[in-house]
Design a binder for this molecule. Structure first.
Ligand code: GCW
Length: 702
């Protein structure tokens, strides 16, 4: 494993009074008096508290070039006060905050929120960073450092923050041989040679990065649980898993494991994995007892069952509620959760079968089970009904189950969005998903509120995502792809932040505040998702990628396969008829006006047209263009956009950016350009040959 790493957005580059970083340094100068003394409230001492203090001293030390002093007593007139409201909250005889905190604010803090506020008392003037708990304090510290880094801190600070979501997780698809399923940034930082690595330095650094954006849970192994990984829940490997849990605990992050549903059969010598067999139930209870002996705060199990050839309850004629509940019962005495994935579909479909529709699968399997799951089960649902395509509708399963906890699954790793060779900033896509109004309880039943348990009163809910990191020096393969990991955490903390705000924060923290650099990067990020969509598969139809590998175009790669991912292009038209009258009826899984919107050719939004309808190439879009002309135009435009980015990158003064990052990004942009041209020419040529229709602008099509 590569043990060298970039500090990502936690660089804390020292800010000087001139040149780059001027904005920050002005803010720092104002705060100088406060920053040199940190006073800790009495009574707090946990490991997370120590982490918070370490982060604060390290961050301030690095940003100002001066190590702050640390004490329990108030000597200076100005200082930074840190503590928790749960404990005594006193600074000697001075109150930390309690009496300046309104009851309503205090209630809003919850378990993980914090206050940052200037307090003036008895001739002392101090900035307080306080959480209700140590975890809240840790998040408050990272927020404060972010304000310093981005030049937004001032002495008039006054803010109260709490996360929108209860579970804010990442899922590693790491295997113990060191490979990462759909990983595009090197090998695993967790495993090597079928063992958990002994040096956890990079894991610790990863924990810092995650905690700095508020992540509080991690599943550390691939949902496809292979032979060796099946043993992670046994005493043979638990001591090592516990070492990893210790690292994450220091940063307020709970550890989860993906489990193999057939584990009792494969490891335990039982003759079945039937969830209703007492011997199987007993086996899982014993494993739970083992796990909690090693990891008292273990989060729970993540399960991919009856999905893409993984074992599951269907083998025994049982359903997913039977399967999930059996595991939930084993974890229940310890407060553990079962995160049960809904990515269940027929991956052995006959392409000739026009009735089966993979998009329908999750809803068809799970909706009828509403009310049958135990309350420590959470259904984990991918954002769309297919599989993390550049454009998909939102899964109609969100909100469709009133009595079953739900959480949302995004994909940070760019499996279908350029594999971290192309820039594709995904926050705008995720925001569209979160803002989608399902109408499940009438208007205003948005996905963002459903998965916060604010539409139906779920006991557990939240958001998770497949991580994008590996042991590459820069963590994410493409340096600019760090923005997706950063932005993911920020969005989960506060989904009201705009994609631009998040991008700007990240860019400032990572690249400083040179306006030309910041503007160039910001523009590239903000244009990147629509650009990627432009030169890849059109109008929501998806796929058209090289099978299995999923990078680069292969229009018919999946067309005659078993995977249920078709576009049905012929000489007259293209698209999947998912309407109620003549298609698969998928559109009826949406509620009321949404079902009608997608079902009708007149109202269906352009960008999803081919997801829901099969239309002639001459069909006129709302944009006024025909489908075929749209395909040609967007594919030419997509390539031109990437060309423009390269022009802008070249125009940056090289000394404003370090050579390493400058050249790296340039190389990736050049690769993206080549790939985009390939996409353009393959797609345009394919549809020109199918349809025989000329480009109105007579551009080169082969
Ligand atoms: O999109 C598919 C990926 C698989 C992945 C699966 C899943 C972990 O191509 O590699 O398996 O999704 O989400 O389970």
């Amino acid at each position: 494993m590569n043990s060298n790493y970039d500090l990502a957005w936690l660089r804390y580059d020292k800010v000087s009074a001139d040149g780059a970083g001027r904005e920050q340094s002005l803010a720092l100068q104002q705060l100088q008096g406060y920053l040199s003394n940190i006073v800790m409230a009495d009574g707090v001492s946990s490991q997370v508290f120590r982490t918070a203090i370490q982060e604060l001293t390290k961050g301030i030390g690095s940003l100002t070039g001066e190590q702050p002093s640390l004490s329990h007593t108030v000597e200076a007139d100005r200082f930074l006060a840190v503590g928790t409201l749960e404990d005594t909250g006193n600074l000697g005889h001075l109150p930390l905050l309690n009496d300046s905190l309104e009851a309503a604010e205090a209630a809003r803090l919850g378990e993980e929120g914090y206050v940052i506020r200037e307090v003036a008392r008895e001739g002392k003037d101090y900035i307080v960073i306080a959480g209700r708990t140590e975890k809240g304090l840790l998040y408050g510290v990272f927020h404060f450092l972010r304000l310093l880094q981005t030049g937004q801190a001032s002495e008039a600070l006054d803010l109260v923050e709490a996360p929108k979501y209860q579970l804010r997780m990442v899922n590693q698809w790491d295997n113990m041989d060191g490979s990462i399923e759909r990983g595009y940034a090197g090998q695993s930082v967790f495993y090597q040679d079928n063992k958990i690595v002994s040096d956890l330095t990079r894991v610790r650094q990863y924990a810092r990065m995650l905690a700095s954006v508020g992540i509080n849970g991690i599943a550390i192994n691939n949902v496809n649980v292979h032979e060796v990984e099946t043993k992670l829940i046994t005493p043979e490997l638990l001591p090592d898993v516990a070492r990893v849990a210790d690292v994450f605990r220091d940063y307020g992050i709970r550890l989860y494991l993906s489990v193999n549903f057939a584990a009792p059969l494969e490891l335990g010598g039982t003759s079945t994995a039937d969830p209703l067999e007492p011997v199987v139930q007993e086996w899982w209870k014993e494993r739970a007892a083992d796990i909690y002996r090693y990891i008292a705060d273990f989060g729970g199990f993540l399960v991919k069952a009856d999905s893409e050839n993984r074992p599951g309850p269907f083998t025994y004629g049982r359903d997913h509620a039977d399967g999930a509940n059996m595991l939930a019962e084993a974890l229940e005495p310890y407060g553990g959760l079962v995160l049960w994935r809904c990515f269940v579909y027929d991956c052995h479909q006959d392409w000739r079968d026009r009735k089966t529709d993979r998009a329908r699968a999750a809803y068809d399997h799970f909706k009828p089970l509403d009310g049958r799951f135990k309350d420590n089960v959470i259904l984990q649902i991918k954002n769309g009904p297919m599989d993390f395509q550049v454009r998909e509708p939102v899964s109609p399963l969100f909100g469709a189950m009133k009595q079953t906890n739900q959480m949302l699954e995004f994909q940070i790793t760019q499996e279908y969005t350029g594999q971290q060779r192309h820039v594709c900033y995904l926050i705008p896509q995720w925001k569209e998903v979160l803002e989608f109004d399902t109408l499940c309880q009438g208007e205003g039943s948005k996905v963002k509120d459903i998965v916060a348990g604010q539409v139906h009163p779920y006991k557990y809910s939240g958001i998770t995502a497949v991580s994008s990191i590996g042991d590459d020096y820069n963590w994410t393969g493409h340096y600019l792809a760090q923005s997706n990991l950063y932005g993911y955490g920020r969005l989960l903390w506060n989904p009201e932040l705009s994609a631009e705000e998040i991008a700007e924060e990240w860019t400032n923290m990572t690249f400083g505040d040179d306006q030309a650099v910041v503007n160039t990067i910001l523009d590239i990020l903000m244009e990147s998702w629509p650009t990627y969509e432009n030169y890849t598969s059109p109008l929501g139809v998806g796929w058209m990628v090289v099978p299995h590998y999923h990078y680069g175009p292969d229009v018919d790669g999946y067309e005659y396969s078993k995977w249920g991912t078709y576009h049905f292009a012929d000489r007259d038209g293209i698209g999947v008829d998912r309407t109620q009258a003549t298609g698969t009826g998928y559109s009826a899984q949406y509620v009321g006006a949404n079902a009608a919107l997608y079902d009708s050719l007149e109202t269906c939004p352009d960008e999803l047209l081919l997801f829901f309808h099969h239309v002639p190439y001459t069909h006129v879009l709302k944009s006024g263009k025909t489908v075929i002309q749209h395909i040609y135009d967007t594919h030419f435009a997509g390539v031109e956009q990437v060309e423009q980015w390269i022009v802008r990158w070249d125009a940056l003064e090289k000394d404003k950016l370090d050579q390493q990052r400058y050249t790296h990004v340039k190389e990736r942009l050049l690769e993206q350009l080549e790939s985009a041209k390939h996409w353009r020419d393959v797609i345009n040529t394919y549809f020109y040959r199918k349809s025989g229709i000329q480009d109105q602008h007579n551009r080169v099509i082969y």
